[in-house]
Design a protein around this ligand. Structure first.
Ligand SMILES: N[C@@H](CCC(=O)N[C@@H](CS)C(=O)NCC(=O)O)C(=O)O
Length: 219
């Protein structure tokens, strides 16, 4: 049975998984879940994922959600030993640390900044401040390493790239973060051809356009 990936193209964590899938050359059956149309609350999707979120992976009847769990599962199962997810315990712990940092701090603050728009509320300036602080800490760390978790591209670079490029797309100025800028250029070069445009930049701009449309309707 092929792997199935439930995703929405505008969902940043869905893009994280789709980028990884392309990086390790996996064949997955992609199943679009249109969040704006409420597909995620339909009984057939709730039967797969009662937490009703995308991305959700189904591997031979086993359903897994949480993008960062999915990407590490996929490397471990289908590309074991790949440098994207090192097996050395301390290197792996460092990669995991960045994955958790993105999930709990970096992307969390960006999410808290813009997601209220979907519920008729404005952008949240306090969350923007948290995001900027975290981005500065990332920039400081990138003074010392080529990639976020060391000198090799890892799975941790994927969600952090998605977070940062979305921030830029929605108008957050990160221009003063010179180490971040250099790292992003490196990641752009390293990812598989066309990933940067189709899974990083274009969908971030599409989400930007949707947010613009929502905020102009409510003002
Ligand atoms: N931490 C989760 C976040 C998943 C998430 O919140 N996905 C959103 C789309 S970006 C979603 O499915 N929202 C609908 C819902 O939760 O009901 C991950 O990284 O996968």
């Amino acid at each position: 049975m092929p792997l199935q990936l439930y995703y929405d193209n505008l969902s940043p964590p869905s893009r994280v998984v789709r980028i990884l899938v392309k990086e390790i050359g996996l064949d997955v059956e992609e199943k679009q879940v249109n969040l704006m149309a409420g597909d995620h609350m339909k009984p057939e999707f709730l039967a797969i994922n009662p937490f009703h979120c995308v991305p959700t992976l189904v591997d031979d009847g086993y359903a897994l959600w949480e993008s960062r769990s999915i990407i590490t599962y996929l490397v471990d199962k289908f590309a074991p030993g790949h440098s994207l997810y090192p097996t050395d315990l301390q290197k792996r712990a460092t990669v995991n640390r960045w994955l958790h940092w993105d999930s709990g701090t970096f992307y969390a603050s960006l999410n808290a900044y813009y997601v209220p728009l979907f519920y008729g509320k404005p952008y949240q300036p306090a969350s923007l401040e948290s995001f900027k602080k975290a981005a500065t800490a990332l920039d400081d760390s990138l003074k010392n390493t080529k990639y976020v978790a060391g000198d090799e591209l890892s799975v941790a670079d994927i969600p952090i790239t998605v977070t940062l490029t979305l921030a830029t797309a929605i108008g957050i100025d990160t221009g003063e973060l010179k180490n971040v800028e250099k790292w992003l250029k490196q990641v752009e070069t390293d990812l598989k051809p066309s990933t940067w445009k189709t899974l990083v930049i274009d969908p971030a701009n599409a989400l930007r356009d949707l947010l613009k449309a929502i905020s102009s309707k409510s003002s």
